[in-house]
Structure formats: structure tokens, C-alpha cells
Design a protein around this ligand. Structure first.
Ligand code: AP5
Length: 216
């Protein structure tokens, strides 16, 4: 299975990617997670990306494309992958197309997570993430266990810097201006599958499984 998840911030791409990648035994590649790790470790990549991320803007295409060329060549991608948060602009989508061509691979589907602004804003304001293993929680829909610690590894939970209200607004605008054009790009290629992401996680996962397995 080789799929892309696109959709507004907070639509549930990371949450459902975690479930499906485990179920299929394929790589879950989140550009946001890779970037946040680099920011935390203060690598050159992290230093270059930080100011864009804090402002809710996109990191420049050349940085992202170089990072993904390297990541997609790693061994765990051979069986398949879910791209969560990449591509996010038309130049990134074109670069991915070229890269997959060179690797002799093709995509099975591009899943569009659809959810209205009020739902994604509510989800993002309640999101908490484990600092150690990256597990995603939500104060309302998926509360963590005791003492606000991660149920899986006991790590501490934190609120992402870009989940502040003013940054969420800017991320939604960036999505509509720079990422939404990908909807037409992939629809024209016959790859787009639209999913109602405002429903419960289990229903969204079942829908994705049905659509992707039907297209393989
Ligand atoms: P990134 O980390 O990719 O952020 P995003 O796309 O804005 O997506 P999110 O992680 O916010 O949302 P999600 O859809 O994964 O939702 P989640 O599953 O967590 O990118 C961050 C930044 O990095 C960008 O702003 C940019 O600066 C940079 N970047 C990354 N990729 C880039 C690229 N390709 N090019 C340039 N720059 C790039 O769910 C949200 C909450 O809702 C959670 O609390 C969850 O528990 C809950 N939830 C999920 N599903 C449900 C459900 N069905 N019902 C109820 N609650 C739910």
C-alpha cells in the first residue's frame, strides 16, 4: 500500500495513519514529525525549519523535497508507506512523481480528509502529544490515562507550539491557499478518494481501508 493523506490540520491524518500503518506493517512518514524531531535536536534542518513552523507557514519546498528523497529511499519503505503531510504544494507533488518514477513505484490512492473548520479547530485545541513516543491524544475524544502521562510509554504530554489559536488560523489559511490545489491535481490523475473525517476514528479507518483495498 502506497498512499498519501492530505487534509486540513487537525483532520486526523496522523491519528488514522498510525492505526493503518500498524495494521498493514508499512511505514508512516510524517513530515511534521521529522521536522519536529530535527527542531528538538537543533540540527541544521531543524534550525532552518523552526521559524516557518512556529508561524504556521510551510517550510520551503527544496528543504522538504531533499528530506523526503532521503527518507523514501530507506529500507522500511519497501513494503509500502503512508505519506502524512507530504506533498503539500504542487511543486512537492511534481517532485514526488518524478522520484517515484525513478524508483519504479506508483501510488495506490490519495486520501482527502474532509472536516469543517470548527471541528478541526476544536480538535487541535484539545490535542496533546507524547514527548517520548509521539502518541497523539485529545482532551475530549481520546483522553490520556493518569497524571496526563502517555498510556503507551509513560512519557510526558505537551501541547504543540503551533496548536495556539492564532497559529491554527494561519495554518488553515496556508492549507486553503497552498495545499488545496493538490485536490484537483490528484483528482485529474484519478487517484483522489474523499473521506468524511469528521466522524469517529474507527469509521474513518474503515472507510480508508475499503477505498484503498478496492483500488488495488
Ligand atoms: P504537520 O505536523 O504535518 O501538521 P498538520 O498537517 O497541520 O497536521 P496535524 O498534525 O496538525 O493534524 P492531523 O491531521 O495529523 O491531526 P491529528 O491526527 O493529530 O505539520 C506541522 C508543520 O510542519 C507545518 O505547519 C509546516 O510548517 C511543516 N511541514 C510539515 N510538512 C510540510 C511539507 N510537506 N511542506 C512544508 N512544510 C511542512 O488529530 C488532531 C487531534 O484530533 C488529535 O488530538 C486527535 O486525537 C484528534 N482526532 C483525530 N481524529 C479524530 C476523530 N476522528 N474524532 C475525534 N478526534 C479525532
Amino acid at each position: 500500500m502506497r498512499v498519501i493523506f492530505i487534509g486540513p490540520p487537525g483532520a486526523g491524518k496522523g491519528t488514522q495513519a498510525e492505526v493503518i500503518s500498524r495494521q498493514e506493517g508499512i511505514a508512516h512518514i510524517s513530515t511534521g514529525d521529522i521536522l519536529r524531531k530535527n527542531v528538538a535536536e537543533q540540527t541544521d534542518l531543524g534550525k532552518a525549519a523552526r521559524e516557518y513552523m512556529d508561524a504556521g507557514k510551510l517550510v520551503p519546498d527544496e528543504i522538504i523535497i531533499g528530506m523526503m528523497e532521503k527518507r523514501l529511499g530507506e529500507k522500511d519503505c519497501r513494503k509500502g508507506f503512508i505519506l502524512d503531510g507530504f506533498p503539500r504544494t504542487v511543486p512537492q507533488a511534481e517532485a514526488l512523481e518524478e522520484l517515484l518514477d525513478r524508483m519504479g513505484l506508483c501510488l495506490d490512492a490519495v486520501i482527502l480528509f474532509q472536516a469543517p473548520d470548527e471541528i478541526v479547530i476544536r480538535r487541535l485545541s484539545g490535542r496533546r502529544v507524547c514527548r517520548s513516543c509521539g502518541a497523539i491524544y485529545n482532551k475530549r475524544s481520546k483522553p490520556p490515562g493518569e497524571d496526563d502521562r502517555c498510556d503507551k510509554c509513560g512519557g510526558t504530554l505537551y501541547q504543540r507550539d503551533d496548536d495556539r489559536e492564532e497559529v491554527i488560523k494561519s495554518r488553515l489559511e496556508v492549507y486553503k491557499g497552498q495545499t488545496a490545489p493538490l485536490i484537483g491535481f490528484y483528482r485529474d490523475k484519478g487517484l483522489l478518494v474523499e473521506v468524511d473525517a469528521s466522524r469517529e476514528s474507527a469509521e474513518v479507518v474503515a472507510d480508508i481501508n475499503r477505498s484503498v483495498k478496492g483500488s488495488q
